[in-house]
Design a protein around this ligand. Structure first.
Ligand code: AMP
Length: 222
């Protein structure tokens, strides 16, 4: 499968992507994760992008396009890939098509994960992430066993600096302005599929697999 997950911050793209990765062995590429890794390592790129990420603005197109191009070209995409948080602008979507055309691996579907604003706010303000392994929790919906500690690696849980209410609103505005054209872009190509992202991840996963008709991509265990 070669898919794009589209949706507002808090739509659950990362959660669904992890599910797909575990069940189908598909490569998961998240530009948000890549940028946070750069920031953590304090690289020159990390320093450059920090102000954008922490204020909820978009990182310039050239930077993220280069990041994703390098990853895609250097990765094993035999089992397919799913893009989470990319593309976020029409320019990114066009450039992505050019890159994938060159690789002979065009996008098959773009899933638009629809969620209402109150659910988004509730999800994002309660989100906590492990500093060490990146596992994601929610203080009410999915708390860790020990408060502030990761169940997987015992790492410290933290709140992303862009997960406060003011920055979430900025991110929502940016999303509406820049990402709505991306939805139209895939719609015009006949690749857009709308899914209700307020349902449980497992149900959403089943819906998505049903649409792709690609149960053969699942591992034998499942
Ligand atoms: P995310 O983890 O997908 O919510 O992304 C966190 C932040 O990283 C965003 O608010 C942007 O600042 C930046 N970012 C992630 N993906 C992109 C992208 N495709 N284009 C521009 N900025 C991005």
């Amino acid at each position: 499968m070669r898919i794009v997950l589209l949706g507002a911050p808090g739509a659950g793209k990362g959660t669904l992507a992890n599910h797909l990765k575990t069940k189908c062995g598909v490569l998961h590429l998240s530009t948000g994760d890549m940028l946070r890794e750069e920031m953590k390592s304090d690289s020159s790129l990390g320093k450059e992008v920090k102000k954008y990420v922490e204020s909820g603005a978009l990182v310039p197109d050239e930077v993220v396009i280069k990041l994703i191009e390098n990853k895609l070209k250097g990765a094993d995409v035999a089992k397919g890939f799913l893009l989470d948080g990319f593309p976020r602008t029409a320019k990114q979507a066009q450039n992505l098509d050019e890159i994938l055309e060159g690789m002979g691996q065009p996008i098959q579907y773009s899933f638009f994960m629809e969620v209402s604003l109150p659910v988004i706010l509730q999800r994002l303000t309660g989100r906590r992430v492990c500093r060490q392994c990146g596992a994601v929790y929610h203080i009410k919906n999915m708390p860790s066993k020990v408060e502030g500690k990761c169940d997987v690696c015992d790492g410290e849980l933290y709140q992303r600096p862009d997960d406060n209410e003011a920055t979430i609103r900025t991110r929502m505005d940016v999303y509406t302005k820049s990402t709505t054209p991306v939805i139209e872009y895939y719609d015009q190509q006949g690749k857009l599929k709308k899914v209700n992202a307020e349902q449980e991840t497992e149900k959403l996963f089943d819906e998505l697999i049903g649409i792709i008709g690609q149960n053969d991509g699942k591992s034998d265990k499942d």
